[in-house]
Design a protein around this ligand. Structure first.
Ligand code: F0G
Length: 416
């Protein structure tokens, strides 16, 4: 019912073939279904009665054997109505889809539950990825659950501490590469071609994208079978925006929603090849040689899924924007303080992008908007501590605390 298909030349590959790039033209692959068949299968299924989660959509996933599913209970994350933030920005309807609520604290778990299940189905024994942090944390957890050997390549010194601690405690072989993410990815792509027994679980693996498309399905189901007008997504390696768009398109094709959202990608100003291509109307990207941003998760100069992302943005009549580190950090603080949602800096770029697009008059204030926040704030506690007001240290005395809380004047404290 499903094939792996090249996004450029349309060459088809069997669903159980281990292939990451088209053997004819070298482009990346996506999984395509016979939607007539899928529609029939869905009519026989009671998927609508399953709880909101990635595996509620099992019939939409290219997995043959449900007994092999490797799950930590991923998906089913909150779609939070953000009334206070909406009012602050003069918007009518705003939601945050908070992916930090996944088992390892990021959206990557949606892709890994499917990718690692596929690895188990294929009978592979070891898995690998390059990562700015979250992919490595997620892969390490699912590999542990499945009993697979796991190696992760991360850039030295630039990974947030929460993510590093996760990859380490889950028992992955953690390899710090003296270089950036793009260099580490290049190595694992070559390595997995050369050593066919090591299964690659970066987002060039189309099974990852299948899991992540559930984010689009969930948003529709949480909005009572309606698509929002716009979805705003942080973009790094560009797999997620492509996956979410695939989810919306499939729900549309299958007749579950009438409309489609405008996909809006946000990149950090120092790592923005996709936003630049959209702004200049280019059909290709110019990789950034030395990407830099406080949002280390999206510190990526040569996104592997750039073509899928450009297609998603253009097909959906969306747009792309860049945001500075300052804008990202201020959006992170604002979201925490007006909505009680603590997200990591890369995640806050969707909020920073929203603010900028509203200020520039590029978003209609009546739109129904969903911002995706991709990872939990505790992934990067150092940045949060650095940018917040320092705690006040006092003696263990009631009067000192009354003074700090403005309940007593300094004179009275001293007089005691
Ligand atoms: N937000 C967070 C928190 C991420 O970790 C990532 C990617 C993105 C956004 C961008 O998603 O790559 O699909 O466009 N992190 C990858 C990693 C690269 O290795 O953890 P994307």
């Amino acid at each position: 019912m499903a094939n792996q298909v090249c996004i450029n030349c349309g060459s088809k590959y069997e669903i159980d073939e281990i292939v990451y790039f088209c053997r004819k033209c070298g482009d990346i692959l996506e999984i395509k279904y016979d939607y007539g068949e899928l529609s029939k299968a869905l009519k026989r299924s009671d998927w609508r009665n399953a709880p909101l989660s990635v595996w509620r959509y099992r019939d939409f996933m290219p997995i043959n054997d449900p007994t092999k599913i490797v799950s930590l209970n991923e998906g089913g994350t909150g779609l939070h109505p953000c009334m206070r933030l909406a009012k602050h920005l003069g918007l009518r309807e705003l939601y945050v889809k908070n992916e930090g609520e996944n088992p390892t604290g990021s959206f990557k778990d949606r892709g890994m539950t499917v990718g690692v299940t596929k690895a188990v189905e294929l009978g592979v024994k070891s898995v690998i990825c390059a990562s700015t942090g979250n992919t490595s944390a997620s892969l390490a957890a699912y590999a542990a659950k499945a009993g697979l050997q796991c190696a992760v390549l991360i850039p030295t010194g630039k990974i947030a501490y929460g993510k590093l601690s996760q990859a380490m405690i889950y028992g992955a072989k953690v390899i710090q590469v003296r270089g950036n993410f793009d260099q580490a990815l290049d190595i694992v792509l070559k390595l997995s071609e050369k050593h066919r027994t090591i299964y690659l679980l970066n987002s060039v693996n189309p099974f990852r994208i299948e899991g992540q498309k559930s984010l689009g399905y969930e948003i529709c189901d949480q909005l009572n079978q309606q698509a929002p007008d716009r979805v705003i997504v942080p973009v790094g390696n560009a797999g997620n925006i492509s996956a979410i768009w695939k989810g919306f398109k499939e729900f549309h094709e299958l007749g579950f929603v009438k409309g489609l959202p405008k996909m809006t990608g946000i990149q950090a100003a120092g790592a923005a090849p996709i936003a630049q291509a959209i702004k200049t109307g280019s059909d290709t990207i110019v990789p950034v040689a030395a990407p830099e941003t406080v949002a280390t998760a999206i510190r990526i100069g040569a996104p592997v899924s750039w073509k899928k992302a450009l297609n998603a943005i253009r097909e959906s009549k969306g747009t792309a924007e860049t945001v500075t580190d300052e804008e990202i950090l201020s959006a992170q603080k604002l979201l925490a303080r007006v909505e009680g949602l603590f997200v990591e800096p890369a995640s806050a770029s969707s909020i920073a992008g929203l603010i900028k697009l509203v200020e520039n008059g590029l978003i209609d204030k009546d739109e129904r908007i969903v911002c995706v926040t991709t990872g939990h704030g505790l992934k990067d506690p150092d940045t949060a501590v650095k940018m917040s007001e320092k705690p006040v240290e006092v003696d263990a005395e009631m009067a000192a605390i009354e003074y700090v809380l403005g309940l007593k004047r300094a004179m009275e404290v001293v007089a005691r």
